[in-house]
Design a protein around this ligand. Structure first.
Ligand code: ATP
Ligand code: MG
Length: 540
């Protein structure tokens, strides 16, 4: 029945189709970058509700960021029109808010409890501890007195959003049963990055023989510093005995050159030994270029120059026969097709300077939180947002009194959806203002972490140096940290669809991660170089 001419499964390859149409029960999808994991997950859900008659209310899809959740909801709306608004697409934290709003009395909150932003957290802690330094310690430790003071003001903090629902469920089997009954089908994207509390929450929500679909790539686990533990992914089969395990091996994103290079780089510490990953694209003259620059400024100038040259079409003629380029239009690339990735935000300064000087448009993906912006902080305080009640009334009051504050709130409210209750939750959640727009015709500047899940025809990774990649910081515990940094490099490299440029400067030794990279083109500083096999490479 699912093989019908208009099945949602038609747009998938045989492996993806097997994963998307797999029967009930626990399912683990292990797959490398660019193999269509996210695509398979959305098709699976859409297939269940439109072609198998599963009630959308039973489906809960969990992602890690608000942007990823938004994108998934958008894709589901297109794939399963008419069902999408009855599906639940959540981040772990928004799921926590939902559970708490439904069972607020059990933890001594009102239904309209507020979520304290960092300023408010500190204020509350100071009311307990007096001096500011001590107050910071109480917040960091989740001190009991501090938490009590929060509750007295009908507040929770960000950590509470997982911890409180977890403790609620852990002591109330009836509640667990109720949620299991409601969400009979749970999917989690990027499962390699769950932390212990999220994992415990999932174990409660999904019975051992339940319909949990976990999807991810252990080699892309990059959030250990935040408490994520790839071990939960690796022991999925023990936790969910009888789980089906499906692999996806076809990479639809990257040129064969990029796939080969990325696999060479991850090989010394891969968590998926013997991984199969085949590039489906053709990209005849795609390349991995390695460039050595005298300084960070020279490196940034190299990036700007290379973008100009690639856009100028001086090289890369063979592209026009490439599969991806054909489908995207063969007439060259735009600024939005370039991304420059770096390990630490500080490295973006030289890039910003060089791109500005060259007159090249760019956008930087920043991870500020709304409440950390000075203007917003002021308004949040004026509105007394943290106490959560009658927010709409306060917004109206302030809007009447202060025209500028109105003007500021409007775009923010639009950004969060137009109802103020949701806006309030979003704001207080400490949500990042992600002004980065994937559709804008600008070069993207991103940290390696922020590049996760994205793809670009041309990718630069700057600062491929020992000390930056791997980053060394005081107290780094060597092996595990270096392995994680190598995975970060792997994530960055696999964002590239056609070309990947890796650069390093004379400031530090070359990154040890480049040692295992076998096939690349050295791109010199002054002299025009030719790539082997005669393709014109008139980059510099
Ligand atoms: P990551 O590990 O980076 O999160 P992913 O496995 O989630 O990657 P997707 O982002 O879902 O991969 O897909 C990567 C690219 O491949 C997308 O551009 C997607 O549209 C394309 N793609 C996936 N499956 C197919 C397919 N069967 N046919 C054509 N294109 C596909
Ligand atoms: Mg993905």
């Amino acid at each position: 029945a699912v093989e019908g001419p208009k099945s949602l499964l038609d747009g998938l390859d045989p492996e993806q189709r097997a994963a998307a149409s797999s029967d009930d029960g626990p399912l683990l999808i292990i797959a490398g970058p660019g193999t269509g994991k996210t695509r398979t997950l959305t098709h699976r859900i859409a297939h269940l509700v439109t072609e198998r008659g599963v009630p959308p209310e039973e489906c809960l899809a969990i992602t890690f960021t608000r942007r990823a959740a938004g994108e998934m909801a958008e894709r589901l709306a297109a794939l399963a029109p008419g069902h999408a608004d009855r599906l639940t697409v959540a981040t772990f934290h928004s799921l926590g808010v939902r559970i708490l709003r439904e069972h607020h009395e059990a933890v001594g909150l009102t239904r309209s409890f507020g979520i304290a932003d960092p300023d408010r957290q500190l204020e509350v802690a100071v009311s307990v501890a007096g001096a500011e330094k001590e107050a910071r310690r109480l917040v960091a430790e989740g001190d009991e007195q501090y938490k009590k003071a929060l509750r007295a003001q009908d507040l929770v903090d960000f950590d509470d959003l997982i911890a409180l629902p977890l403790s609620l469920l852990e002591r109330d089997p009836a509640l667990v049963a109720a949620y299991r009954e409601r969400y009979r089908r749970i999917s989690v994207d990027e499962y390699q990055d769950v932390d212990e509390q999220q994992y415990r929450l999932l174990r409660l929500l999904a019975p051992a023989d339940g319909n949990l679909t976990a999807i991810g790539d252990p080699d892309q686990a990059i959030y250990r510093f935040r408490g994520a533990d790839v071990g939960f992914f690796l022991r999925f089969r023990e936790d969910f005995p009888g789980a089906r395990v499906v692999q996806l091996t076809r990479n639809y994103r990257s040129s064969p050159q990029v796939v080969a290079g990325a696999l060479q780089v991850i090989s010394p510490s891969t968590l998926v030994p013997g991984r199969e990953l085949r590039a489906m694209g053709e990209h005849g003259d795609a390349l991995i270029g390695v460039h050595h620059a005298a300084s960070e400024q020279a490196e940034a100038a190299f990036v700007a120059r290379t973008v100009e040259q690639v856009l100028g079409g001086a090289s890369f003629h063979a592209f026009d026969s490439g599969r991806v380029s054909a489908s995207e239009g063969t007439q060259g690339l735009g600024f939005s097709d370039f991304a420059v990735l770096y390990r630490t935000d500080r490295q973006s300064r030289a890039l910003v300077d060089a791109l500005t000087q060259s007159g090249l448009p760019f956008q930087k993906r920043s991870h500020d939180r709304l409440v950390d912006r000075p203007g917003v902080s002021r308004i949040v305080r004026e509105l007394g947002f943290a106490s959560g009640d009658s927010v709409a009334a306060r917004v109206r009051a302030v809007a009447g009194a202060d025209h500028t504050a109105y003007e500021l709130l409007k775009p923010l409210a639009v950004e969060c959806g137009s109802d103020f209750e949701r806006f309030h939750t979003t704001l207080a959640l400490g949500v990042e203002v992600d002004t980065w727009d994937p559709r804008a015709d600008r070069i993207s500047l991103l940290t390696l972490h922020a590049s996760k899940g994205l793809e670009f025809p041309v990718v630069f990774i700057v600062g491929c140096e020992d000390g930056l990649l791997p980053l060394r910081w005081p107290g780094a515990a060597e092996d595990d940290d270096v392995a994680e940094e190598r995975r970060l490099m792997f994530v960055g490299m696999t964002r590239a669809q056609r070309h990947l440029f890796l650069s390093h400067t004379a400031g530090r030794p070359r990154s040890p991660f480049l040692e295992t990279l076998q096939e690349f083109t050295r791109i010199g500083n002054a002299q025009p170089k030719r790539k082997k096999r005669g393709t014109q490479l008139s980059l510099l």
